[in-house]
Design a protein around this ligand. Structure first.
Ligand SMILES: Cc1cc2nc3c(=O)[nH]c(=O)nc-3n(C[C@H](O)[C@H](O)[C@H](O)COP(=O)(O)OP(=O)(O)OC[C@H]3O[C@@H](n4cnc5c(N)ncnc54)[C@H](O)[C@@H]3O)c2cc1C
Length: 559
């Protein structure tokens, strides 16, 4: 019997959008926020488009020769080799805005020729062994939540694309509670991992917004960041060791807490985005599960005050798990949203009182802080953080705003699907820079968004928050929305993306703090690292993947 693996695992999730197919973002229950969006984006709020039906989708035929297909079946087993159109179509995009446009139109830019589900590392080695006999390329596929085209089935010279879906390699292989380490297979998704770790009284502490649907392999391949990264670090700081199967053989980095053995090989492999090999296991650093949690919202009169409070906290080594400081535009959107949620600060304290004290002016901003650990530690850190905020006129709004943020932290991606139906472009982008450059960069990026909306003659709205903070700087995360230009959706998105990314790279900020490079950021890589830097990365690729089998056109510019 042929099992429909994709259906088994993912049919409960939306192939054309985000998350659980039975859930959607209900704007009707948030009338103030809905009105806010309608005004800013000049939309009626009616649903004007829907994704095509899966049954109507047509894709080009597979280029896999029969004899190669038989060989794949002998390696992976009949049930785990899928050549049917539906499975191939469902593996042809990630979750970026352009991916969703392709999905809604049923017209992906490219489709894998075959999808295979490995169950062991040796099967992957055997696949690479076949490259001596057959011509093909390999696209590693984790949760497929990439927003930079990381799982696109790019190919050169019409080589068939083999999509390697790690869904069946999803086990936690070992938990060493004494050393606080866990060895995990790449296809393990966030909730599966945390469930197993929590059972042993530990946590990884990595919670990207895509947590429910993204995988360990994908996190490590893209240098992902979770919302608690300020305290726990990005994923690259959580990897103690990994195994990478490359077309030239296996590399396993030593399982040691630290070493002085030349350049850090582990960190060359982390973030390689499937372009030099396949991550088949990762040993992750754990923490004891926290006993206590606390949230607090803080209001500031200006974004500048908020930024200075965060900087001061980081530099005084006060490190909450979450520090999320919204800019004035995001604060306005959040307040429109919060006014429906009940129990918010606004209802409790009274808008009029705070407005009189200067907190709800057009420049006012809100910060969410979260603390985790032992009750004593949480109390200590919270008091120190609030004292720092007060020294920049921060007003503590109690735990309501923080609790609301925590409850709804995985909900907003559902809003994008709703907005798409209303004819709205909605996407995010991110960067990181130093404290000295951060305020200026934020202003320049906001100007670039406005300029792009004007150039396109579309109503649009951009907003940002600071999160993922460091002693030296922080990440800036932008959400942008614009009325869609029907039939010109890609052109519209590219113009906005190009204008803003040019500003980011010209300012010497990070091309990406956590989304990765994929195909969407490749064209800036040479400017970012310089020609010699790119030659070094290409030399590594050439050494491990001389026949350029691995994930074509991602990460590095073509020669
Ligand atoms: C709604 C939403 C919210 C998001 N929030 C965050 C966030 O908070 N933080 C964040 O960092 N990112 C976020 N992302 C981006 C995305 O979730 C991350 O990049 C994530 O790390 C990708 O994991 P994945 O398992 O989905 O990988 P995939 O999308 O499947 O793959 C990503 C890249 O890694 C490669 N890859 C996957 N598995 C392997 C492997 N085993 N070996 C080698 N290469 C591999 C793929 O080929 C691809 O190039 C978000 C995305 C969405 C859609």
């Amino acid at each position: 019997m042929c099992i429909n693996l994709f259906s088994d695992v993912k049919l409960s999730s939306k192939w054309w959008g985000w998350g659980d197919a039975s859930r959607s973002y209900d704007l009707e229950t948030r009338p103030k926020f809905f009105k806010f969006l309608k005004e800013k984006l000049e939309i009626t709020g009616e649903i004007i488009q829907q994704p095509v039906s899966l049954d109507s989708v047509k894709v080009s035929g597979t280029r896999v020769e029969e004899a190669f297909a038989r060989r794949l079946v002998s390696i992976f087993g009949e049930n785990n080799v899928r050549l049917d159109d539906r499975e191939r179509f469902l593996h042809s995009f990630g979750k970026g805005y352009l991916d969703l446009i392709c999905a809604w139109n049923g017209a992906p830019s490219s489709v894998p020729d075959v999808v295979v589900y490995p169950t062991s590392e040796s099967q992957i080695e055997q696949l690479f062994g076949e490259s001596a006999h057959w011509s093909f390329v390999v696209v590693p596929y984790g949760g497929a939540t990439s927003v930079v085209g990381g799982v696109e089935s790019r190919t050169r010279d019409a080589k068939p694309v083999v999509c390697l879906d790690f869904r069946l390699m999803n086990r936690v292989l070992e938990v060493d509670a004494r050393s606080l380490l866990a060895k995990v297979q790449p296809g393990c998704l966030g909730p599966e991992l945390e469930r197993e770790l929590n059972g042993a009284g530990v946590t990884l502490g990595h919670f990207p917004q895509s947590f429910e649907y993204s995988s360990v392999g994908g996190w490590v391949a893209t240098r992902s960041a979770g919302y608690e990264s300020t305290r726990y670090g990005k994923i690259e700081e959580m990897v103690e060791s990994l195994r990478l199967v490359t077309p030239e053989g296996v590399i396993e980095t030593p399982l040691v807490p630290a070493s002085a053995t030349g350049p850090n090989l582990l960190q060359i492999l982390v973030g390689s985005e499937g372009t030099i090999g396949v991550i088949t296991s990762v040993t992750l650093k754990l923490r004891k599960a926290p006993q206590s949690r606390s949230y607090v919202g803080v209001l500031f009169k200006t974004f500048t005050d908020g930024i200075e409070a965060v900087r001061e906290m980081m530099q005084k080594e006060i490190v909450p798990n979450v520090v999320r400081l919204s800019d004035p535009n995001e604060t306005r959107a959040s307040l429109a949203l919060a006014s429906q949620n009940g129990g918010s600060l606004v209802e409790k304290v009274g808008t009029w009182y705070l407005a009189r004290r200067g907190y709800f002016g057009s420049q006012g901003v809100v910060m969410i802080l979260a603390f985790e650990g032992s009750p004593e530690w949480v109390d200590f850190e919270r008091r120190r953080a609030l004292a720092t905020c007060r020294s920049f006129s921060g007003f503590s709004a109690g735990s309501g705003p923080g609790r609301t943020w925590y409850r709804e932290r995985f909900d907003l991606p559902y809003l994008r699907d709703k907005l798409m139906g209303m004819g709205v472009l909605a996407d995010t982008l991110e960067t990181a820079t130093t404290w000295s450059r951060l305020p200026g960069l934020h202003s320049k990026i906001m100007e670039a968004f406005s300029g792009a909306f004007q150039e396109l003659h579309v109503p649009g709205y951009a907003m940002a928050h600071i999160s993922h903070e460091y002693r030296t700087g922080a990440s800036l995360y932008f959400t942008f929305m614009a009325k869609q230009l029907a039939g010109r959706e890609e052109e519209e998105w590219r113009l906005i993306k190009n204008r803003v990314t040019d500003v980011i790279v010209n300012a010497g900020a990070s091309l990406s703090h956590h989304h990765g490079v994929g195909v969407e950021h490749v064209k800036w890589m040479e400017q970012y690292y310089g020609p010699l830097g790119i030659r070094v990365l290409k030399a590594i690729k050439h050494e491990l993947d001389p026949a350029t089998i691995m994930n074509p056109d991602k990460l590095l510019p073509a020669s």
